[in-house]
Ligand binder design. Structure first.
Ligand SMILES: Cc1cc2nc3c(=O)[nH]c(=O)nc-3n(C[C@H](O)[C@H](O)[C@H](O)COP(=O)(O)OP(=O)(O)OC[C@H]3O[C@@H](n4cnc5c(N)ncnc54)[C@H](O)[C@@H]3O)c2cc1C
Length: 577
């Protein structure tokens, strides 16, 4: 090996050693943000927990997720027990359970729902676990949170008593985890086209027992203990109004497998450690969660909104990790005799990943805090409108951003960026593609926003909430100018759209504004967060990051590429934690 080889390898080792051993303590912004968003007692209580889980996530969880995602360790369908009993089981590599133990026991991401308020605390933990991608369990955690909320909010006493203790335990071996199956082969966005049927069949568990018949086409966490699913209740109308929401246990009360069959597991691009299958329900026993006639409302309120928030926070975690990997690499890797960090073109890439991941972190966790306020009944109608619209827009935009951030990270690593064994970035990119699709495609979310604006006038509360947030970020109105202009442009567009009766055309007209509104929200959250910074040098650098985010995402004209611009990207890229 030549001296040059040795030096290059030493640089790569330096990059590896630069990577954080704790995703929480190495993240100054996250600590500042949670200190502001959490009540002081809750912050004091959460601090130790986040600190210890930050270490687990950066260490054992990260390592187990790598092993678990190797294609020879992926889950396999094992439908029968050794002695020929039908189990519809899935065999996992031991590293899958290592990830699960870390997330359920060290992370306690689900068991914090036993306390109230819980969204922000749970999402802060989920943000940390998402640094390692989906990891086989982050989708199940989001689904389980939906089951917890649906049962707590709409389930009967009997159903709660039967399953809540298992759902809320942090003992991984004893836990009950959840899944949520809506999609059928004829359409996922068009849930009203569902045909799976539910037929009443006597009583058990002190309530009506239903039998579920039909096929579900996309079933993630396919070996979950409790499936929350939509099915058409007998005698109901067409469309979403005819959908009930049912909880279907994997095992019947006598311990035998419920009446469904796992047809096959899907061979997926991303989230590969987590099994997604196709299921046939052949008279499976289930129980309605709330009134069957209100199933669609229940699933939207408790399940889909929860999953969309998890998705957004997950994308923020993925972005942060990609930025940190790229940042460390650029400082260690040399080309043309100097660290590649020193090239302004590289600083521009890092300024972009840094400012975007910072804005996503602030916005996604602020949404979790607002969700806590909503659950505590402290939001007026206007703020409720804000939460609903912001959740949908943030879900759409966050994964578009994280996709770009991970790609930029991969580009930073040059050829090594494309190598699975070199870093987690290829896996983060693949997971992110799935995040873009499930819980509502981009188009579906824009279409829903158009409906919300036209039918329920939710733009009024949303724009009022956004304006109030931007105005509250005192002293940062200059960098936020493009965000204020976004609101003006949207108001103008809404006037032009007022007479448009074709929802497809209205969605087409709204789309660029929908993306810009999401960015204005992320910018407002980040500005409010920066306002708390006490170190003036850092505050100045982060204000530049905010200005960069606003100009690159919301600016009407490309930023002028002069010396001042070069200085700005250098300042942002030089932020070290
Ligand atoms: C790995 C993976 C796991 C999944 N796990 C689950 C699960 O556990 N449970 C579950 O229920 N689902 C799951 N899904 C399904 C997912 O939620 C759906 O794929 C998604 O909702 C989109 O539905 P679809 O695939 O039927 O696409 P379609 O609805 O057929 O959409 C096709 C295209 O048409 C566009 N489109 C649809 N409607 C409109 C409109 N009104 N305006 C403009 N464009 C429109 C979409 O944006 C998309 O580009 C999973 C998907 C994946 C990839």
């Amino acid at each position: 090996m030549t001296e040059r080889h040795q030096k290059a390898r030493a640089d790569l080792r330096q990059w590896q050693e630069s990577q954080p051993t704790n995703f929480y303590t190495s993240n100054h912004q996250l600590q500042r943000l949670l200190k502001r968003l959490m009540a002081p007692e809750r912050f004091a209580q959460a601090q130790n927990h986040l600190e210890s889980f930050g270490q687990v996530a950066a260490g054992p969880l990260d390592q187990a997720a790598v092993i678990n995602n190797r294609h020879w360790n992926l889950p396999r369908l094992e439908r029968w027990s050794p002695i020929g009993e039908r189990t519809e089981g899935i065999e996992h590599h031991p590293s899958y359970h290592d990830c699960g133990k870390a997330i359920y026991e060290d992370g306690r991401v689900i068991s914090v729902y036993a306390q109230s308020p819980a969204n922000l605390h749970a999402q802060a933990l989920f943000y940390l676990s998402s640094h390692v991608g989906e990891a086989g369990h982050n989708c199940p955690v989001a689904c389980t949170a939906g089951v917890v909320k649906a049962l707590a909010g709409a389930g009967s006493k009997a159903l709660k008593a039967r399953w809540m203790p298992g759902l809320l335990t942090n003992d991984y071996s004893q836990r009950l985890d959840g899944a949520q199956f809506l999609t059928e082969v004829q359409g996922g966005s068009d849930v009203g086209a569902n045909t799976v049927r539910a037929v009443p069949d006597g009583e058990s568990l002190g309530t009506t027992r239903w039998r579920i018949h039909g096929e579900k086409w996309f079933c993630s966490n396919a070996d979950a203990d409790l499936i929350l699913m939509t099915a058409r209740y007998e005698g109901g109308p067409e469309g979403t109004a005819g959908l009930g929401l049912f909880v279907v246990p994997r095992l019947l009360e006598d311990g035998s497998a419920n009446h469904f069959a796992l047809r096959r597991l899907k061979d997926k691009l991303g989230t590969r450690s987590m099994p997604s299958g196709e299921l046939d329900f052949n008279g499976a026993v289930g129980y309605a969660v709330g009134l069957a006639q209100k199933g669609f409302g229940t699933v939207m309120r408790y399940v889909i909104n929860t999953s969309r928030l998890y998705n957004t926070v997950g994308c923020a975690g993925i972005s942060r990790r990609a930025h940190v990997i790229a940042d460390g690499y650029a400082r260690a890797r040399r080309a043309f005799g100097r660290p590649v960090f020193e090239f302004p073109l590289m600083q521009e890439m890092l300024a972009s990943t840094r400012s975007t991941s910072a804005a996503l972190m602030a916005g996604s966790l602020e949404l979790a805090a607002v969700a806590d306020e909503a659950e505590a009944g402290r939001l007026d109608a206007s703020e409720q409108a804000f939460l609903r619209v912001a959740t949908n827009l943030a879900k759409m935009r966050s994964c578009q951003h994280s996709h770009r951030v991970v790609l930029t990270g991969i580009e930073t690593l040059g050829g090594n960026g494309a190598i699975e064994s070199f870093s987690v970035l290829p896996r983060l990119l693949r997971d992110n593609v799935v995040y873009e699709n499930w819980e509502g495609t981009h188009n579906t979310l824009v279409a829903q926003t158009v409906r919300d604006f036209a039918r329920h006038r939710l733009h009024e509360g949303f724009l009022a909430g956004l304006t109030a947030r931007l105005e509250a970020a005192k002293g940062l109105s200059k960098p936020l100018a493009p965000a204020f202009e976004t609101i003006e442009r949207t108001q103008h567009a809404l006037v032009q759209m007022a007479d448009v009766r074709d929802p497809g055309l209205a969605a087409l007209m709204l789309r660029p504004h929908a993306e810009a509104l999401a960015d204005a929200f992320f910018a407002a959250s980040y500005a409010t967060d920066i306002a708390q910074e006490t170190d003036p040098t850092r505050k100045e650098a982060e204000t530049e990051a905010l200005a960069h985010f606003c100009q690159t995402q919301l600016g009407q004209i490309p930023a002028t590429r002069d010396r001042a611009y070069a200085q700005r990207i250098h300042t942002i890229a030089s932020l070290t934690d």
